[in-house]
Design a protein around this ligand. Structure first.
Ligand SMILES: Cc1cc2nc3c(=O)[nH]c(=O)nc-3n(C[C@H](O)[C@H](O)[C@H](O)COP(=O)(O)OP(=O)(O)OC[C@H]3O[C@@H](n4cnc5c(N)ncnc54)[C@H](O)[C@@H]3O)c2cc1C
Length: 299
């Protein structure tokens, strides 16, 4: 039976930080694990693709939309609380809330997350990290739901490595247990303030972006410096522009479409290959009928 909480044709541009993307054919916001499992079973029975959407802070959705079921975790699946030295977070809990709870309880280890505007679930999927910390360093285990049920997986089982995991659409991080350690609140506040100041000085934090476009390559130059050397700062296609402040960011200058961002990504990859012989790998995740055009000799 079709779950009563399903909505149709919900615009996903509301749920991405770039503010682009078409509608999800189906959309639901489960608040409990049982609701989530029922939705996953229904989608499997309908042979429908499923994707969770966190804060959409590293997500590019096709302008035509996503023809499957998009899930936005809410209620207890988006709450966070401290249990001893564990921070137990719903997959939909914003990292800012997780960090707030940890700081209030005098627990350190999650300070790096102050620079990452995503959810706990999105951060597990991406193995998000900054300033020397990442999810793999604090994650004890994650409860992953799929049409087959829910199971706890360790970081090794999740295959966490530089900005990636082995998770696939249809697997939803319902809960994450983060292992933290006692740290004086004033020290946590000072560390967070210092990272936030560094971030504000270097990145377009007040613009609509989806964070880093590319992973940093194994090269003496970061992706941002490489694209800057290619002369791409400020380069625009349609309503999307390579940030004049940091070339590894794409800003929505007003009326951007996801296709504009994809065209910029394709051009940036070509230029980095021509000038540096480097094949930049996108960090941003794609949803719907959207693909980065291959480079010559890509397999
Ligand atoms: C200004 C800015 C700065 C940023 N800085 C950093 C940084 O320093 N370091 C860094 O690592 N990232 C950074 N990011 C990128 C982004 O914040 C992270 O990748 C974050 O982890 C994405 O989380 P999200 O909840 O927004 O996921 P989304 O962007 O919504 O989704 C990303 C992927 O995760 C999947 N997903 C989301 N939630 C779940 C879930 N519950 N279960 C299963 N899959 C899920 C989605 O299907 C998608 O494939 C930045 C982004 C911005 C806009």
């Amino acid at each position: 039976m079709r779950p009563a909480t399903l909505e149709e044709h919900v615009p996903l541009s509301r749920y991405t930080t770039l503010g682009t993307g078409g509608p999800a054919r189906w959309f639901a916001a489960p608040e409990t694990l049982d609701e989530l499992l029922a939705l996953l079973s229904w989608a499997a029975a309908e042979d429908m693709e499923v994707a969770a959407v966190g804060l959409g802070s590293n997500l590019l959705v096709a302008d035509e939309g996503f023809p499957g079921l998009a899930l936005k975790l809410k209620g207890e699946l988006a709450a966070a609380q401290v249990e001893g030295e564990l921070l137990v977070a719903g997959g939909g809990a914003p990292l800012a809330v997780c960090l707030h709870r940890a700081r209030a309880a005098g627990l350190g280890g999650l300070e790096f997350a102050c620079a990452i505007p995503g959810t706990a679930g999105g951060a597990v999927w991406m193995n998000a990290g900054a300033y020397g910390g990442d999810l793999a360093g604090v994650l004890g285990r994650a409860l992953v739901a799929s049409a087959d049920g829910a199971e706890w997986l360790t970081p090794a089982e999740l295959g966490l490595s530089y900005r990636r995991s082995r998770l696939r659409h249809g697997q939803v991080v319902a809960r994450a247990e983060l292992r933290l350690h006692p740290r004086p609140v004033e020290e946590i506040k000072a560390a967070v303030a210092e990272m936030q100041a560094r971030r504000k000085a270097a990145q377009p934090t007040n613009k609509r972006t989806f964070g880093s476009v590319f992973k940093n390559p194994e090269h003496e130059l970061s992706a941002g410096r490489m694209l800057e050397a290619c002369g791409l700062r400020g380069h625009a296609i349609g309503g999307a522009v390579i940030s004049p402040m940091h070339a590894n960011f794409i800003e929505n200058a007003g009326e951007a479409r996801s296709a504009d961002a994809i065209a910029l990504i394709a051009e940036a990859r070509q230029r980095a290959l021509q000038q540096f012989g480097v094949r930049l790998e996108p960090e941003v995740q794609l949803l719907g009928a959207l693909a980065v055009p291959p480079l010559p000799d890509d397999t």
